[in-house]
Write a protein that binds this ligand. Structure first.
Ligand code: C2E
Ligand code: MG
Ligand code: MG
Ligand code: MG
Length: 277
């Protein structure tokens, strides 16, 4: 009897796996033409200065409107794009768009920069520095107005080479952030070697920081660690006023989250900027 049950389960999962594989294959194929078909677009989420309450910078977040499946999360398609190397042209497109937008918005003096998320596959591509250089030049965008967000996990594979890559980017004036800090296997000895400007505290530590004392102490310690290494701190995923207050008391510089705004279109973002002046 248990054997029969096992067989049923097997065929059930078999169907599910087949469907998932088909979807993945279709997405991988469609990603090749997503740029030319204008299916990709960027939303912008404000990063707010805790002491002034003003929008200080923005993070560009990619979206894909697939003709058959509708809106697809980057959590699903970025890993597929990384595996198929479609991330190379897509990542280049993101950098170009972000530089253009950042140059357009330089009339708003409090908005210092716009951040692009960059995949490890892109960062370690031999052409990466040239892609950044030409994205800045073609947009007539100062290096300081671009920020690059990367996660910590890519770094350990080849720390020496990766320090070199980051230093090259730093020479262009571009700001460097470490995203989702605390979630991967951070090596503190390596962290000190990276030419980073900003540490982003992952949302998972922010979620319960008001009611969970341990999370509160982790947040406090990350802020101190970053400050001691000369970095500024951004808290991710701030949804409640009590979290914002705690972060302000702890000396965090910036926050980002639904409390202030969800990721919005460029037009809506510009309306937020206009409303501040
Ligand atoms: P991330 O870089 O850590 O971005 C933060 C994510 O948290 C975004 O999800 C954002 O919409 C979400 N978020 C912000 N505030 C809140 C909040 O208060 N509550 C909640 N529940 N969520 C909040 P999103 O846009 O779905 O992006 C997911 C991930 O996809 C990003 O994580 C990033 O790793 C990746 N990604 C997004 N755009 C790009 C891109 O252009 N290139 C690459 N390589 N990766 C990207
Ligand atoms: Mg990010
Ligand atoms: Mg993050
Ligand atoms: Mg994340």
């Amino acid at each position: 009897k248990s054997k029969e049950k096992g067989r049923n389960c097997y065929s059930f999962y078999d169907t599910r796996i087949m469907e998932a594989a088909t979807r993945r294959y279709e997405l991988e194929d469609a990603l090749k033409t997503a740029i030319v078909n204008n299916e990709l677009f960027l939303l912008y989420q404000p990063k707010v200065c805790l002491s002034t309450g003003r929008v200080h910078s923005a993070e560009a977040l990619i979206r894909w409107e697939h003709p058959k499946y509708g809106l697809i999360s980057p959590m699903e398609f970025i890993p597929i794009a990384e595996a198929s190397l479609a991330i190379i042209p897509i990542g280049q497109w993101v950098l170009e768009q972000v530089c253009l937008q950042s140059a357009r918005w330089q009339a708003y003096p409090h908005l210092t920069s716009i951040a692009a998320n960059v995949s490890s596959v892109q960062l370690t591509d031999s052409n990466f520095i040239n892609v950044v250089k030409s994205a800045l030049a073609n947009a007539n965008c100062a290096g300081e107005r671009l920020e690059i967000e990367q996660t910590e996990s890519w770094f350990m594979d080849d720390p020496d080479n990766n320090v070199k890559i980051l230093s090259e980017i730093k020479k262009l004036g571009v700001q460097l952030s470490l995203d989702d800090f605390g979630t991967a296997y951070s090596s503190l000895s390596q962290l000190g070697r990276l030419p980073l400007d900003i540490l982003k505290i992952d949302k998972s530590f922010i979620d319960d920081c008001v009611h969970n004392d341990r999370d509160h102490m982790i947040v406090r310690t990350i802020i101190q660690l970053g400050h001691n290494l000369g970095m500024k701190i951004v808290a991710e995923g701030v949804e409640y006023e009590a979290q914002r207050e705690l972060l302000e008391l702890e000396g965090c510089e910036f926050y980002q989250g639904y409390l202030y705004a969800k990721p919005v279109t460029a037009q809506e973002f510009e309306a937020l900027l206009v409303a501040e002046y």
